[in-house]
Design a protein around this ligand. Structure first.
Ligand code: ZN
Length: 467
């Protein structure tokens, strides 16, 4: 064949015929028109499975639809000439086997969050193409990106590419509701040497703060006082309801007071936000805790919560960790519940910087919390930190920046992506900077142009990380 000039990282053209040819094959997969092409046809079939979690069945721990979708994808991969493995219906993989012992992992998932059909313009499992867009639940999270990666592997294989590392596409089936899929899969399969997960943002997310969610079993509230707020640790509560025997002062404009036969009921309204970004919301508990602490200055529980737990930086609590890699700790007081005996339990979600670990976080909390109050960890997860100068991150950043003509830096976040389920993994796409975010929302969609671009990015990433 004639050698075309195609720039691959710092090297050029010759020696990278497989990449040139694979890109030419992508042209064919996305032809003749964006709406009417092999790539959209293949993806649409996968999108038409309703893979919301449902009741378990034999060999189908997350329901029959999820299993049918996994079967379909593995069969498809097998028809492309890849080696496939079904891990008891929990997850599966498709491999392009390499010449060496190492593996490049690509971790994504086939399950989706529920869609309410009445909120959608097009039925959520119809995979409707209109104009430049493909609408379906899961098209961005995460079936679209995973099928893009599968097509990229097919193109590389058909172009004659023989990787040194085995390329292993891992299809999880329970990412959205408990991650039992990866737990089971990795109890049977080794971790790949290096991985990326197309289940986050472009360019690259290489730092994710640690998560420390826990209950603080505080003391008793004063007689006649009850507090109720929030449902989940990782959400800023937008509503707080307090009943008291005596009136409160300074409750703010967003609080409504109703006099009852027993006393007063105060309802405070804030603004919900994700618990990893508490300053983007308004925590409805904060103002009422302060008003209560003023009304009952001798109560240790109210004093502790109003002084320490209402500071989203953790400074008042004495736990304000920070580092240059990922910034400052955040603290969200997510839930407040009063037991029948008057004991108050507070559920807190802390996101701590990447150079610390859960054990340090635990010690620091214990040392700065009154001894009488129990700390009971709930969901905890170590931070993810793949250094910005690692080969994995610099390679992916180089691919992204050159293809997109930008000079971006890798991203640090407080949330958690699928990447933290395995070592040496970062998130790489599929959401482009500035792109409309429809993940987990009605009318989830991808622009066909972006689908094509991400497939090219994944193709080069797989090529360079596995050759
Ligand atoms: Zn996802």
């Amino acid at each position: 064949m004639t050698k075309k000039s195609y720039s691959v990282g710092s090297e050029t053209a010759t020696g990278s015929d497989a990449l040139v040819q694979a890109n030419a094959l992508l042209d064919e997969m996305f032809a003749p028109s964006a709406e009417n092409c092999f790539a959209v046809e293949v993806l649409s079939k996968v999108l038409q499975f309703n893979t919301e979690k449902s009741l378990p069945a034999p060999d189908a721990p997350f329901g029959e639809n999820v299993k049918a979708c996994l079967d379909y994808v593995l069969q498809l991969a097998s028809s492309f000439g890849l080696t496939v493995y079904d891990c008891d219906g929990y997850a599966g993989h498709a491999e392009l086997v390499g010449t060496g012992d190492e593996a490049l992992g690509i971790l994504g998932h086939l399950d989706v969050v529920p869609a309410k059909a009445e909120e959608w313009i097009y039925p959520p499992y119809s995979a409707t193409v209109t104009g430049d867009k493909l609408y379906a639940r899961g098209v961005m999270d995460d079936k679209g990106p995973m099928i893009a990666c599968l097509l990229a592997v097919k193109a590389l294989k058909d172009a004659g590419f023989a990787p040194s590392k085995t390329v292993r596409l891992i299809f999880g089936c329970d990412e959205e509701s408990g991650m039992q899929c990866v737990e089971h899969y990795f109890s049977k399969m080794p971790y790949p040497t290096v991985s990326f997960s197309p289940d986050g943002d472009f360019p690259v997310i290489n730092r994710e703060k640690g998560i420390y969610q826990f209950d603080v079993i505080c003391g008793k509230l004063p007689n006649g006082v009850q507090i109720s707020a929030g449902e989940r640790a990782n959400v800023v509560p937008s509503l707080c309801v307090v009943t008291t025997a005596k009136p409160l002062a300074d409750c703010g404009k967003q609080t409504v007071c109703v006099k009852t036969s027993e006393g007063f009921t105060y309802t405070s309204t804030g603004k919900a936000a994700h618990g990893s970004t508490p300053d983007e919301g308004v925590n409805a508990t904060h103002i009422l805790l302060k008003a209560l602490a003023n009304a009952y200055p001798d109560n240790e529980t109210l004093r502790f919560l109003s002084e320490k737990a209402t500071d989203t930086s953790g400074k008042a609590w004495g736990i304000a960790l920070s580092d240059k890699e990922s910034g400052r700790l955040t603290c969200n007081l997510g839930v407040l519940r009063t037991a029948s005996d008057g004991t108050l339990t507070a559920t807190v979600d802390i996101r701590f910087p990447v150079t610390y670990d859960c054990a340090q976080m635990c010690d620091l909390l214990r040392a700065n919390t009154p001894e009488a109050f129990d700390i009971v960890p709930a969901h905890i997860s170590e931070p993810l930190h793949v250094p910005s100068d690692s080969a994995l991150v610099t390679t992916l950043m180089d691919i992204y920046n050159r293809r997109m003509g930008v000079k971006m830096q890798p991203i640090a976040i407080g949330g958690g992506t699928y990447s933290r389920c395995l070592p040496n993994c970062v998130a790489f796409g599929p959401l482009f900077p500035g792109e409309e975010q429809t993940i987990h929302m009605p009318n989830e969609c991808v622009s066909l142009n972006n689908l094509r671009t991400m497939t090219e990015l994944y193709l080069e990433a797989i090529y360079r990380l596995s050759r």
